[in-house]
Design a protein around this ligand. Structure first.
Ligand SMILES: [Zn+2]
Length: 665
């Protein structure tokens, strides 16, 4: 597990196992691990173990890759095919299969709620498109209990030295759980290896589309992603399975139905080949004809019923507004059951890392009495909500005030902003970077800023400050806080009333923000394309709670893949990352299956999590012959132990046995 998470190299794990062997307290598993002196031997050994059989072998496919001399050559990328993961889990770990993808009752409930949404969606919320999507999806051959809804997520993560990777994952939508309980890796693509123009990424998506096609039919495919038939010379083991059901059950075979694509706007742009995106001034939205320039279709005019909402794309109709007429390029548009209305902007990147990153510091400038559009050292204390004659003093007062509020509201420490600094309120258009406040911290802070803004309006009413600006700021913040409250703690599917309420709060907040930008054209408030994205997210989510589709957990998954990738050797990292993922995750799945079978869970050892505890008795290792005591399964979770508090001890760094040279990771 620690190897997968990038915290321990193969050589370190082997050295540690060797130490245990020499101490005399090692079982067979430990002895085998001690013999794995290189990453290759480690994976070869793992493939012979029963627990590793719970995930398939990585699938290699040809794709154009960037070479070091700047040219392009065909190379091999590796992925885990969703239909094979689905099939292997159904066969070898049926309890984990039900838990990961949802038991029959959960699937039936999901589709019943989808149909209810189609009936109850308020006017103007794209109900017709939703109904057509349900009718035309090629999943109709399976009964709702055996139709598992599947979502795809992708995001780019930045590593050391500015290197970037894109990790694409997928998972069942019926189950909520921790990150690794619900996400399964498809592929990791390194940006410096990808050919410009998305050719590499599109080859990966072609493979994904092919695999999702097999998933929706519920049958092992007879051809590869390029249409070449499997046979004795071409994947013979896959040829033997062709035509067989992926997951036969007692009541008929299961199938997986693609239901949503999640990601931030950048990922959606790259994955779907969008020509219309946030970087374009005219027609920047791929869902309607809204523009960023002044005119009848300007997105900031009349959020409630602007002209732009009458130009929404019609994916199931032919004509100039049909989706296919505009964007025929990406292989993802050929996903079985694809509809652009099922491709979601990510709520976290839209609200916390888009709107709140700018709205909160702009509001704080106002609360500190800093004149709009100016950066002054001295502030007007009479109009300020926080005491202090300088920005530093006011920031300190604001921080203390916030801490008091957070303590009273019992905001978890991990979700609190550490301090409000002068950097937050600096410049004509202030913003907060993720280094100063994480998305969750900004979200938790929003109600406090709204409360302060409301209180400030009353204060200004007696002092003669810019009352209209203060009123609009308070209105915008309060509506944003109410919008968040409407979604928080609600299940995946909303009632029509809740969806309408959310749309009202969203419109109220955005109208106030638009009015503020008109009143104060030189800052600090800004109307960005993400405000328009929020409108689509709130109005067009088909009664689904965007907070339940959001990407906090997806971000965790990308973080894990980043750590794994960084720990692998550069040249072989794309394959090794998938192999290490299989190593750690198949162990977790095996332990979980045992737990669900009601067997006594193997005693959780400290070895694989993070190395030995000094002075621990030799007998505390994994039980002989059983599954490796791999991970954090005391609580029955597939997820690894949280970092931070309770973090396991670091792996050993010293005392390498003599005569054993350090091997390459
Ligand atoms: Zn739009």
């Amino acid at each position: 597990m620690a190897i997968r998470d990038g915290r321990v190299s193969t050589a370190d794990a082997a050295c540690w196992a060797q130490l245990r062997v020499e101490e005399g307290g090692a079982d067979g598993l430990m002895q085998k691990l001690a013999r794995c002196t290189s990453e290759r031997t480690l994976h070869e050994w793992a493939l012979k173990e029963p627990w590793r059989q719970l995930l398939p072998l990585p699938y290699g496919f040809r794709a154009p890759l960037q070479t070091r001399d700047g040219g392009v050559a065909m190379g091999t990328l590796h992925c885990l095919l969703p239909h094979e993961v689905f099939s292997v889990l159904a066969e070898k770990a049926p309890r984990v299969f039900d838990e990961l993808f949802g038991a029959p009752a959960a699937c039936e409930h999901f589709w019943a709620e989808m149909h209810r949404a189609a009936q109850e969606m308020p006017d103007g919320h794209r109900a017709e498109e939703h109904r057509l999507w349900l009718q035309r999806h090629p999943m109709q051959h399976a009964a709702p209990q055996r139709r598992i809804p599947v979502g795809i997520h992708g995001d780019a993560g930045q590593m050391h030295g500015g290197e970037k990777i894109t990790a694409v994952s997928w998972g069942g939508l019926c189950r909520r759980g921790t990150t690794l309980d619900t996400r399964l890796l498809f592929i990791v693509v390194k940006h410096s290896e990808a050919v410009a123009g998305h050719a590499t990424l599109y080859r990966a998506f072609e493979t994904l589309t092919w695999s999702m096609g097999a998933l929706v039919t519920g049958i092992h495919p007879a051809c590869d992603e390029r249409g070449e038939p499997f046979g004795p010379d071409h994947h013979p083991e896959r040829a033997a399975r062709a035509g067989q059901p992926l997951a036969p059950g007692p009541h008929g075979p299961h199938c997986g139905a693609w239901s949503e694509l999640r990601g931030d706007w950048e990922f959606l742009r790259d994955a779907l080949g969008l020509k219309q995106h946030y970087g374009v001034r005219e027609n920047f939205c791929h869902l309607c004809d809204a523009t960023q320039t002044a005119g009848p279709l300007f997105f900031g005019d009349n959020f409630a019923d602007g002209l732009a909402r009458r130009t929404l794309v019609e994916p199931y109709h032919t004509g100039p507004n049909s989706w296919a007429a505009r964007h025929p390029v990406s292989p993802l548009t050929r996903l079985p059951g694809f509809s652009i209305w099922r491709c979601q902007f990510d709520m976290m990147h839209t609200v916390e890392l888009g709107i709140l990153q700018r709205l909160i510091p702009a509001a704080l400038q106002g609360l500190m009495g800093i004149p709009p559009g100016q950066a002054v050292a001295r502030v007007s204390e009479a109009n300020a909500a926080f005491k202090g004659r300088s920005k530093q003093a006011q920031c300190l007062a604001a921080t203390l005030e916030y801490r008091k509020w957070a303590a009273a509201k019992k905001v978890p420490h991990g979700s609190r902003v550490k301090r409000i600094t002068v950097r937050w309120v600096k410049g004509s258009y202030p913003d907060i970077s993720t280094e100063h406040a994480k998305a969750a911290a900004l979200r938790a802070m929003l109600p406090w800023v709204a409360e302060m803004a409301e209180a400030h309006v009353h204060k200004l009413a007696g002092l003669g400050g810019n009352l209209r600006v203060a009123q609009l700021t308070a209105c915008c913040l309060t509506a944003m806080a109410k919008l968040d409250e409407t979604y928080t703690r609600q299940p995946r599917f909303l009632t029509a009333g809740q969806a309408q309420q959310a749309a009202t709060h969203c419109t109220e907040a955005l109208q106030a923000l638009a009015e503020l930008t008109r009143l104060l054209p030189r800052g600090p408030f800004r109307l960005t394309p993400k405000c328009h994205a929020l409108q689509h997210l709130t109005w067009d989510s088909a009664l689904q709670n965007p907070r339940q589709m959001h990407c906090y957990q997806d971000e965790d998954f990308v973080g894990l893949m980043k750590r794994t990738y960084t720990a692998c050797h550069g040249a072989t990292a794309p394959l090794r990352t998938v192999q290490r993922y299989c190593l750690g995750t198949s162990m977790q799945l095996a332990v979980r299956e045992q737990l669900l079978q009601g067997m006594r869970a193997p005693k959780v050892g400290h070895a694989w999590r993070g190395g030995p505890v000094r002075g621990a008795p030799a007998s505390s290792g994994p039980p002989s012959g059983g599954l490796p005591s791999a991970c954090n399964h005391e609580a029955g979770s597939l997820a690894p132990a949280k970092r931070g508090r309770g973090r396991p001890p670091k792996p050993p760094v010293a005392k390498r046995p003599r005569g054993r040279p350090r091997k390459v990771r």
